[in-house]
Structures are given as structure tokens and as C-alpha cells.
Ligand binder design. Structure first.
Ligand SMILES: Nc1ncnc2c1ncn2[C@@H]1O[C@H](COP(=O)(O)OP(=O)(O)O)[C@@H](O)[C@H]1O
Ligand SMILES: [Mg+2]
Length: 245
């Protein structure tokens, strides 16, 4: 294991009842790099990242942040470590504005009164970092899915996340929206954010991935560089061809 990783899942295991979903999986997240998780539906990708997000605790194995073993019993603990997770199911409040969503749980106050100007300022700065030109007074429910995802990423940035986890973020996006998301990912790479990106599309992996962690039935088959030949990735020893759409 290299020791300059921001975050390491070290041989983590997770069972639900008698079913072992994750069996000694190891994933590293590095500053300014994208670690892809690749695997068919049900392989355990979401379960794995939920151990970093504070949704599930591993039954065995360790989680290391900056080389130190940490416990992540809940989402607050995950956020406190500088980890932000964009789940497959988005977590914004549709009736609230972009600014309210971005500052949710840490609304700036002045003399006990909500400081809406400061709130909009925080939101605008976060949106600017991503080159997003949306009115922060817009209710999130009026945005399309891709824009909502970007608002979630903006929220993560305004919390100074060092690790950003994206669980199948491209699944419901158009080609143009994916291109925009990838430019955001590249901006974040340049800012030194370490990312975990779950996907099953080989072309996407080649475009933005640095490392690919191949997962099958909760077991790690291999970690390879993202520029590995496609036929190498789908080789039966790495993946079952059945998982390709
Ligand atoms: N909370 C849970 N309780 C019981 N089984 C679960 C739970 N979450 C996931 N699983 C099971 O674990 C396996 C892996 O699921 P998941 O991590 O969602 O896979 P992926 O994200 O790779 O599609 C599946 O068989 C799923 O049914
Ligand atoms: Mg999943």
C-alpha cells in the first residue's frame, strides 16, 4: 500500500445477515486522482462507499484517513473528516432554494437572525468554483437532475471536502450533461480533491479515471490503471462480460 493516500479502505468486509456482500476489499483515494469502482449491478459498489459515507460500518478491516485509522459511525463523522458523498439517490430538499440547500445545517446568522445575504454569498462562491451560472434563489425542485447533482457537488465544495464520492453520477444524464460533469471533475482534480467514481461505462473510465478497482461479488479482482486496454478490463479473469450493457 502506498502511504500518500488520502483515504484507504483496507481489507474491509461487510455482511448483511448471513450474506457477505464485501469480502476484504481494498481501495485507495489519492489527492487529485479519480479512483473508479467498476462492477456489475449488485457487486457491492454502493455498500462499499457507504462505509466511507458513514451509512454502514465495516465488520472487519480498517479505514485510514491520512494514514490514521478512523471510525465513521455516521454521516456527520464522514463530513467532519472532509468526505462528501453524492449518493445514487440525491439528498437535496426540493422545496428549498439552491442557497438554502448548500448551507443546510450551517445557516449563517447575525444577531440570531438568518443572514440571507451571507447564505447567498456562500452558495454563489461554491457555484462559481464549478463555473455554474444558476440563480441561487431557484428552488432545487425546479432544476433538472444533472443540475441538482452539480448543486450537490457545489455543496460538497463549500464544505471543503477533500474526498468526493460519486455513486453512478452519469446514469441519468445526457451526453452534454456528462461532458459538463467531467469538466467539473477535472476542475476538482486540479484543486487536489480525491474522488471515487462509480461507473460501468468503459469510455467514461478511460476519459476521467486514474485507477480502476474491479469488483465482482464483493471481492476485489484487481486495481489497474485507467488506461488499461478495454479487452484487458473485460477479460474473464477481471470481469464477467455479462456485466456490460
Ligand atoms: N441494507 C442492505 N441489507 C441487505 N442487503 C443489502 C443492503 N444493501 C445492499 N444489499 C445487498 O448487497 C448487494 C450489493 O448491493 P450494492 O452495494 O447496492 O451493489 P451495487 O451498488 O454494486 O449495485 C446486493 O445483493 C444487495 O441486495
Ligand atoms: Mg449501487
Amino acid at each position: 500500500m502506498s502511504n500518500d493516500a488520502l483515504l484507504v479502505l483496507d481489507k474491509v468486509c461487510k455482511s448483511f445477515g448471513s450474506v457477505q456482500v464485501i469480502d476484504e476489499a481494498t481501495v485507495e483515494v489519492h489527492a487529485g486522482k479519480v479512483s473508479v469502482l467498476l462492477g456489475e449491478n449488485g457487486a457491492g459498489k454502493s455498500t462499499l462507499i457507504k462505509m466511507i459515507a458513514g451509512v454502514h460500518e465495516p465488520d472487519a478491516g480498517r479505514i485510514l484517513m491520512d494514514g490514521n485509522a478512523v471510525k465513521i459511525p455516521n454521516t456527520k463523522a464522514s463530513e467532519a473528516l472532509g468526505i462528501a458523498t453524492i449518493h445514487q439517490e440525491l439528498n437535496l430538499v426540493p422545496s428549498m432554494t439552491i442557497a438554502e440547500n448548500i448551507t443546510l445545517g450551517r445557516v449563517p446568522r447575525k444577531f440570531g437572525i438568518i443572514n440571507r445575504r451571507a447564505m447567498r454569498q456562500i452558495a454563489r462562491e461554491a457555484m462559481d468554483k464549478l463555473g455554474l451560472n444558476l440563480d441561487v434563489n431557484t428552488p432545487v425542485g425546479e432544476l433538472g437532475l444533472a443540475q441538482q447533482q452539480l448543486v450537490e457537488i457545489a455543496k460538497a465544495l463549500s464544505l471543503d471536502a477533500r474526498v468526493l464520492i460519486l455513486d453512478e453520477p452519469t446514469a441519468a444524464l445526457t451526453k452534454a450533461e456528462i461532458a459538463h460533469l467531467f469538466s467539473v471533475v477535472n476542475t476538482l482534480k486540479a484543486q487536489g480533491v480525491g474522488m471515487v467514481f462509480i461507473s460501468h461505462h468503459l469510455d467514461e473510465i478511460a476519459e476521467i479515471g486514474d485507477f480502476v478497482n474491479v469488483l465482482r461479488d464483493g471481492k476485489f479482482i484487481a486495481t489497474v490503471l485507467a488506461d488499461t486496454e478495454e479487452n484487458e478490463l473485460v477479460r474473464p479473469t477481471l470481469m464477467q462480460p455479462a456485466c456490460w450493457p
